[in-house]
Design a protein around this ligand. Structure first.
Ligand SMILES: O=C(O)c1ccccc1N[C@@H]1O[C@H](COP(=O)(O)O)[C@@H](O)[C@H]1O
Length: 214
């Protein structure tokens, strides 16, 4: 794995190709019915091979997933990582890892510095931590909203796991976000779309180029 970015919510071969060609570290497929990026596990399984061939890690993005979904994902997509974007406890995260054999990316919704504190309790079970902006009022999903938080909140914070910055990133602001936060890795969804759930290959390429230069 060479890249420093995760491109999330992919649903077409063209956008997977843009992410792979641009040396993304991870691609994410969304499994949450309320998301405009939601796809079926078997569709994701058909999209994933070019990423695997290039050693780009495949992430299944979920929100409080039940065991039925986890078993479907294990039987079809076989993700390298499961992203837990809901209210999963550390013990549930441990169960998910044991049940699927996948690594864990645990997400924390941030609007103020104390929102970073719960991450400590997950450092022994998660392979990666992710800090995303808290969803604004009125959204019926916890991520993929395009909202940002104050990136300077992350500066100088130390964690025992590598972490990703998420929330409102795009090709034009990601360099500043990396500089202000000190993020080793970044994650994007709506910032590389031309409409809700419609990824744009040229925006994916521009985002990955901006990350390489940052
Ligand atoms: O993308 C979604 O619709 C989504 C729904 C539910 C949970 C997580 C979701 N996406 C994740 O949120 C980050 C940040 O999104 P954005 O860049 O602000 O649009 C995204 O990368 C996904 O990991």
């Amino acid at each position: 794995m060479t890249g420093r970015a995760k491109i999330c919510g992919l649903s077409t071969p063209e956008t997977v190709k843009a992410a792979v060609d641009g040396q993304a570290a991870f691609i994410g497929f969304m499994f949450f019915a309320k998301s405009p990026r939601n796809i079926a596990p078997d569709v994701a399984a058909r999209l994933a091979p070019p990423a695997r061939a290039a050693n780009v890690k495949v992430v299944a993005v979920t929100v409080d997933p039940d065991d039925v979904l986890l078993d479907q994902l294990s039987a079809t997509l076989k993700p390298d990582f499961i992203q837990l974007h809901g209210k999963e406890t550390p013990s549930r995260a441990r169960e998910v890892a044991a049940r699927t054999g996948a690594g864990i990316i645990k997400v924390f919704s941030v609007s103020e510095p104390s929102d970073l504190d719960p991450a400590r309790a997950y450092e022994s079970v998660a392979d990666y931590l992710m800090f995303d902006a808290k969803a604004p009022a009125g959204f019926d999903r916890p991520g993929g909203t395009g909202a940002r938080f104050d990136w300077t909140m992350m500066k100088g914070r130390r964690f025992e796991r590598p972490w990703l910055l998420a929330g409102g990133l795009d090709p034009w602001n990601v360099a500043e976000a990396v500089q202000l936060s000190g993020a080793p890795l970044v994650d994007v969804s709506s910032g590389v779309e031309r409409g809700p759930g419609i990824k744009d290959p040229s925006l994916i390429s521009a985002f990955l180029e901006a990350v390489r230069r940052a």
